[in-house]
Design a protein around this ligand. Structure first.
Ligand SMILES: Nc1ncnc2c1ncn2[C@@H]1O[C@H](COP(=O)(O)OP(=O)(O)OP(=O)(O)O)[C@@H](O)[C@H]1O
Length: 369
């Protein structure tokens, strides 16, 4: 045990609800998705302290991986655990990156993390964990999971500013049954303190960048390389169709965007629509961005909905603070009727639906806008 801070952390750690019900740490193994970052390194260390037989897996998803893999290796060596590196570059390119490019081709704004979490982290990696015979699978996400007899319930993180529950809204529910999120009930500061107390070699490593496979967060540059035909000049128009200027490709724009439009209209102008067929970017006012209703397609239910119509809290993008809405279940889709008009409902983003709980929200599922 490394000091009193660590002892304190462990005392409040792992209330019984956090571990799948049939798992006894001292006789169970867990495979931890280790990125070489602070969160998953602390997750691995905490599971080890809890008595699990821990091993790590690092997935290579793109070419710039050497530093992170080397960090993950250093952490594994410090903890005395095995670390396997799996090369998933071709799988990742055929799923996540393909989806990413296709969405831009259709003038939509994708969320590759939501897609990756369904297909790769809580898809492919879960499959590998099963193949390796692990009893459980863990990551360093800031999410809480409550395992009950009737299923696994995703709850927002204790630290709401860091909460990552949104990115699980499309995951297949059965793939959460054997999952543990060891840092979901801590703040990032606390996790960093633990990394320091545990003398993990990455304790002062910076947080990861926005989209892991996009160099320097410059997604237009990446799209131009992967799909040069996206670079197609067209018109920027107002909501009446009057020409205001020209653009170099609609993939550079997203709904609600205000900066970088290169057009002065005297009053604030926002991108309110992207038209793939006419290749037009439509600008309008803040009011033009407001929407009362949205259809969410191919809804993925993590839990059974409480009724065919119910009131819920919804998030329409990762950083959305959320708002109340009526939810109407319609076969595979869901109709969302916002209590207050929602701003910048963006095709391609995920809409996550939550029910309130004491001091948290419970994720019911999500679908694509
Ligand atoms: N290349 C990778 N290999 C294995 N697991 C990964 C990889 N990238 C991310 N993960 C897993 O997904 C989790 C969330 O990833 P995200 O990119 O949001 O990282 P983060 O919050 O910066 O976490 P960390 O500090 O662990 O990097 C990580 O904590 C880790 O468990």
């Amino acid at each position: 045990m490394q000091g009193r801070g660590m002892m304190r952390a462990l005392l409040i750690f792992f209330k019984p609800m956090d571990i799948p019900r049939d798992i006894e740490p001292s006789t169970s193994s867990v495979l931890v998705a280790m990125s070489g970052g602070v969160d998953s390194s602390v997750a691995a260390a905490l599971l080890q302290k809890q008595g699990f037989a821990v091993s790590g897996i690092y997935m290579i998803t793109h070419d710039d991986f050497e530093q992170d893999l080397s960090d993950a290796r250093r952490v594994a060596a410090a903890l005395g655990i095995e670390l396997e590196a799996v090369d998933l570059r071709s799988t990742f390119a055929e799923t996540v990156i393909r989806y990413f490019v296709e969405e831009y081709k259709n003038a939509r704004t994708p969320n590759p993390c939501v897609y990756c979490n369904r297909h790769i982290k809580f898809g492919k990696l879960i499959e590998l964990a099963r193949q390796r015979g692990a009893d459980a699978f863990a990551t360093g996400h800031y999410i809480r999971l409550r395992h009950t007899d009737s299923g696994s319930e995703v709850l927002t993180a204790k630290n709401t500013a860091k909460d990552q529950s949104y990115i699980l809204c499309m995951v297949e529910p059965e793939n959460l049954q054997r999952v543990i999120f060891p840092v979901g009930q801590f703040t990032k500061d606390r996790v960093r303190d633990m990394a320091r107390e545990l003398k993990l070699p990455i304790h002062d490593k910076a947080d990861s960048q926005e989209i892991c496979f996009v160099p320097d967060d410059d997604y237009p540059a990446m799209l131009e390389k992967l799909c040069p035909e996206l670079k197609k000049e067209g018109l920027i128009v107002d909501t009446d169709g009057a020409a205001l200027g020209r653009h170099e490709g609609i993939y550079k724009y997203t709904i609600g965007q205000r900066r970088g439009l290169g057009i002065a209209l005297g009053e604030p102008a926002y991108v309110v629509r992207l038209e793939p067929h006419s290749n037009k970017v439509v600008l309008g006012s803040k009011e033009d961005l407001m929407q009362k209703v949205a259809t969410v397609r191919d809804f993925n239910w993590l839990l059974v909905p409480p009724a065919e119509e119910f009131r819920a809290f919804v998030k329409i993008r990762y950083n959305h603070r959320g708002q109340w809405a009526d939810i109407i279940v319609e076969d595979k889709d869901v109709l969302v009727r916002f209590e207050q008009p929602a701003s910048a409902v963006t095709p391609g983003q995920a809409c996550a639906v939550y029910l309130p709980e004491e001091n948290a929200f419970k994720l019911l599922g999500g679908g694509w806008l």
